[in-house]
Design a protein around this ligand. Structure first.
Ligand code: MEV
Length: 326
């Protein structure tokens, strides 16, 4: 076997509905055309080798049949690749070893979903390598199991963006995954300069919900209503009304305690520069914010985000889902 397969998977940005989507509500997510490339190559031995520049010797090595045998500490990306191979090996007997190499278009700091893109990319590349004709749904389900077994929490919206691409309406765990549109949204993305830790923020919201169940459930219900509305506005290109929903969603996320002064300031400055709406995107506590803005106001909004200390990140949305490159 001298086959070598390269696939690429997109990153993601949450558009509306973060946190509520962890609790059986819908969200809207868009795939971002900053991609992670995964190359897999069969080996003559029985080892899984992961090229990982973060490791002292540059790669991780282990016999494929021993992957699940202990709780070793490995970099996040290595953990996701390793778990993906381990779960796939439960579905299909892997005769040979494999080398997996990954390369990213974007910094993992931005919160564009490097772990989910690596997982989806690795799984798709292995399906190609072994001639497995898996549906998108089957790839989603196994990749989501990988996320849950490593992080313990997560709605799976990021996995769906990687597999299906476009802008999606998504309900917890993939109960519903519907394409809304395939064309880009008029967004400007600003990075706050701080990396957020999603599981910590999800736990923080869970604690608040425990203390204030009625109030937090009502906030989630309102978020659900705005996601349903948002889906219609996106279909109609009604950016002014979608902007209203961005502002309301940001207010609700602030009340859940997941915004930060920096994210608030970046959103406020974007609105002062006449963005239709602005909100944090993702777990909060750092990572990125997004502003809804038409071309003529774009450069003013970008400057406003920078004046608040943010870094503008070029990002094309509604990107294609995972695809084979060669
Ligand atoms: C994190 O980017 C978004 C959350 O809703 C978590 C999740 O949906 O997995 C906070």
């Amino acid at each position: 076997m001298d086959k070598k397969i390269t696939v690429s998977a997109p990153g993601k940005l949450m558009v509306l509905g973060e946190h509520a989507v962890v609790y059986n509500r819908p969200c809207i997510v868009t795939a971002v055309d900053s991609r992670i490339r995964v190359t897999v190559e069969p080996r003559g031995d029985n080892l899984l080798v992961i090229d990982a520049p973060q490791l002292p010797n540059g790669h991780y090595k282990k016999p494929i049949d021993k992957l699940g045998s202990n709780k070793e500490k490995v970099p996040k990306e290595v953990a996701f690749v390793k778990k993906t191979v381990e779960l796939l090996a439960q579905e299909k007997k892997l005769e040979n070893g494999i080398t997996v190499s990954t390369k990213s278009d974007f910094s993992h700091r931005y919160g564009f979903g490097s772990s989910s893109a690596v997982t989806v990319g690795t799984l798709k590349a292995l399906c190609e390598l072994y001639g497995l004709d898996w549906s998108k749904r089957k790839i989603f389900d196994l990749a989501y199991r990988v996320t849950l077994s490593i992080q313990g929490v997560g709605s799976g919206f990021d996995i769906a963006a990687g597999v299906y691409g476009g802008t999606l309406y998504f309900v917890t765990g993939g109960k519903r995954i519907e394409k809304i549109i395939d064309k880009p949204l008029p967004l400007v993305v600003g990075y706050s300069g701080t990396k957020a830790d999603t599981p910590t923020l999800v736990r923080q919201v869970a604690e608040l919900k425990e203390k204030q169940p009625n109030v937090v459930n009502e906030i989630f219900d309102t978020i659900q209503t705005l996601v349903e509305q948002g889906k219609n506005y996106i279909r109609k290109d009604d950016w002014v009304s979608l902007g209203d929903l961005f502002r309301i969603n940001q207010g609700l996320l602030h009340s859940l305690g997941v915004s930060t002064p920096k994210l608030d300031d970046m959103c406020t400055q974007a609105l002062v520069a006449r963005a239709y709406g602005a909100k944090l995107s993702g777990a909060g506590g750092g990572d990125c914010m997004i502003a809804l803005v038409l071309d003529k106001e774009k450069s003013a909004v970008e400057k406003a985000i920078e004046s608040a200390g943010g870094e503008v990140i070029p990002a094309t949305t509604s990107a294609e889902g995972v695809r084979v490159e060669s």
